[in-house]
Ligand binder design. Structure first.
Ligand SMILES: [Zn+2]
Length: 194
């Protein structure tokens, strides 16, 4: 009896430590760009390490000052955990690893964005697009920048979160109207993209 409990205690933390990572499913239309795909996959690995760290802080250290630093003095932990859990387990669709597709959609060099359509009354996200700014450079800083961009765009794709904060510290949802006084920040913004 003791030995089986002991083995359970030994096994449980190991299971908990095995991440079910954020995955990316490439539509690859237009066709893949092999060099860019390799850069994306490398950055996705870095992103998953960062997501696991975020999840650990939120789940096990709710008073960590970095939470208030990132989300303000009264963070809605349940909502934040819900979004991070999505990041930790779900799949983001990506249009293509060919950076020229996103650049052409944007009309110039671009980092990344998720088109959001609110025409039906629901928020419908299309596959994420990553352009030549995202794929440029090979330094450690460039790799971290790519990982951060993947997390940012995956949050739009999976959580329909917005980039902008309205008066009263309300985050404006992706694709939603921006009231007067909205503070615009984060990534690219156009009428239908975040
Ligand atoms: Zn954004």
């Amino acid at each position: 009896m003791f030995s089986s409990l002991l083995s359970l205690l030994l096994v449980v933390p190991l299971i908990a430590a095995i991440p079910v990572p954020l995955e990316a499913e490439f539509v690859e239309n237009p066709a893949a760009h092999a060099g860019s795909k390799a850069k994306f996959d490398e950055a996705l690995g870095v992103a998953n390490t960062q997501i696991a760290n975020m999840k650990n802080v939120l789940d096990n250290h709710p008073n960590d000052p970095r939470i208030a630093q990132a989300f303000g003095p009264n963070p809605n932990l349940g909502v934040i955990q819900g979004n991070v859990n999505k990041l930790a387990t779900k799949t983001m669709k990506v249009q293509t690893s060919d950076p020229s597709f996103a650049d052409n959609t944007h009309g110039g060099r671009v980092n990344g964005f998720v088109p959001v359509d609110t025409g039906s009354g629901e928020r419908v996200t299309s596959p994420a697009q990553f352009g030549s700014t995202f794929y440029s450079g090979n330094s450690e800083a460039d790799k971290k920048f790519r990982a951060g961009t993947i997390i940012h765009e995956a949050t739009h794709y999976l959580g329909a979160t917005g980039d902008h904060v309205a008066p009263g510290s309300k985050i404006v949802r992706a694709g939603a109207k921006q009231p007067d006084g909205t503070v615009r920040g984060g990534g690219r913004r156009s009428p239908d993209s975040q």
